[in-house]
Design a binder for this molecule. Structure first.
Ligand code: BG6
Ligand code: MG
Length: 217
């Protein structure tokens, strides 16, 4: 039986992709190239440093910078990103997220955050979502990025449940792969033509019925 529901943050609970994009595009502009919204799709679910590597690749600037210069660029991007997200409020919670979290809880299922972001606490605080989670694992707690299962396995461990008793909600392919390699059930949030390897797929949490997820297991 399912005993814990693990949620990715960016793209599942809140649409932060646009703010990540604004900050990365600004960095690209400074470096003298255009970073499109389509290029930005490749950064979903990917860690900050890996995102920078992909961005530099797109700009034809791969391997041009020292590790120190790269760290400084990532830090600058993050400063802008933090500025953009500090203005966020509850109106930016995606449709159905609160109902879904509360719905699982009401059925006795633990709610867990499994995010790659080091800014997850800032976002959850601004959106007043902290009380909806029993366990919060974010990018400050893990060393291996998705598709490595570390973030989800740690979430299961802290929730006191086995991996096979978890269902993961993810919008990124790296996250779906991480859930499957953790031995968990993967529910994709997105479009069937863009994702694969999941157990179920929905367009958003507004389509998810917690009771049905438990019954289908
Ligand atoms: C993921 C996002 O949740 O977090 C990625 O999908 C982002 O786009 C990653 O790069 C790391 O986030 P942050 O906030 O630590 O830079
Ligand atoms: Mg995501």
């Amino acid at each position: 039986p399912i005993k814990a529901a693990i949620f990715d943050l960016d793209g599942v609970i809140v649409d932060t992709a646009k703010y990540h994009y604004m900050a990365w595009r600004r960095l690209a502009e400074e470096l003298g190239f255009v970073f499109t919204e389509k290029d930005n799709e490749r950064l979903k679910g990917v860690s900050r440093m890996r995102s920078l590597e992909i961005l530099l690749e797109v700009g034809g600037l791969a391997d041009r910078f020292t590790a120190e210069e790269m760290a400084a660029m990532a830090a600058r991007k993050n400063e802008w990103y933090v500025q953009y997200i500090s203005g966020m409020d509850e109106s930016e919670i995606l449709e159905g997220a609160v109902e879904c979290l509360a719905g699982f809880r009401a059925l006795g299922v633990k709610t867990v955050l499994g995010s790659a972001s080091k800014n997850a606490m800032l976002i959850l605080n601004n959106l007043r979502l902290v009380p909806y989670f029993d366990v919060i694992i974010d990018g400050t707690r893990v060393t291996k990025a998705k598709p490595d299962p570390e973030v989800f396995l740690l979430g299961a461990k802290e929730a006191g449940v086995k991996p096979e008793e978890c269902v993961v909600f993810e919008d990124a392919q790296a996250g779906i792969d991480a859930a499957k390699s953790a031995g968990m059930k993967a529910v994709a949030i997105g479009r069937p033509d863009e994702l694969h390897g999941y157990d179920r797929i929905f367009r958003g949490l507004y389509e998810v019925k917690p009771r049905e997820i438990l019954e289908q297991d």
